[in-house]
Design a protein around this ligand. Sequence first.
Ligand code: ADE
Ligand code: ZN
Length: 326
Amino acid sequence: TDLDTFVAGLPKAELHLHIEGSLEPEQMFALAQRNGIAIPFGTVEELRAAYSFSRLQDFLDIYYQGADVLRAEDDFRDLALAYFDRAAADNVRHAEIFFDPQTHTDRGVPFDVVMRGLLAGMAEAEGRHGLTSKLILCFLRHLDEDAAFATLKMAEPWVDRLAAVGLDSSEVGHPPEKFARVFERAGAMGLKRVAHAGEEGPPDYVRQALDLLHIDRLDHGNRALEDAALVARLAREKMTLTVCPLSNLKLCVVDHLDTHPMRAMLDAGLRATVNSDDPAYFGGYVNDNFRALAATGRLSRADFVTLAKNSFLGSFLDDATIARHV
Ligand code: ADE
Ligand code: ZN
């Protein structure tokens, strides 16, 4: 439809994308072959058929397993480039991508190999598409505080190449407070701070992310809507929410996109954005997420313009660059 074409054409930034979650089954098989690794699926179709989840943990188990094919610097470069090619086709002009170093260093892949590969892909994408990008180092919250501190230590020589730290993986049972001291240290290193909160976890986890992690941006935030005072605060503080509609659907955070909280978020004056999270696993890149929202008929052209502008306003680009984009 017309609205589909309109939303697809909007210039946008992507602020919630796990690069390991952009590993398509075809590329997983190709990297497995290149690295001489056996994967427990016979075909791309068999693998895709396994992508049926009823909660976050179902997905995480298969996502960490998939990342095992990533071994060499070129694997990380090729992964990033494949994502940027797709993003550029969706009119993404800037992307702030998450990576999970512990998933790799715990398998014996050096931190520096991951960094060099991702940075090579980012540089090549900027040359190829003019698509700029930044890196956000995520700590796995199911691991302990010591492991997060050790990862932050590995990041020290690379601090100028990182925009922020983030917090992801299994939310419930791993509240933000567990990482308050790590985030304090990251802030002292000059890094911005973001955290997944309120995806499956309660509104109190969102409040902890604000008060104890001092976040600059909130990833997901769906369950904040259960608490009116918290919603008012997020609006007042102009906190950016990186919302992921197709992810929410696939992980059963919402029952149906017709009842997705995006409408309520915009009505509450929240600075919400549209993002793809783990597109290879959830069935769509950023324009698929925009079109899925358009199909509900509950958002107007003006709403989509707001969402696309919010993605630049909520980015970690400098003010002059943001002004050129919006
Ligand atoms: N890691 C990758 N995607 C994630 C998500 N949606 N929530 C938590 N951790 C993740
Ligand atoms: Zn995520």
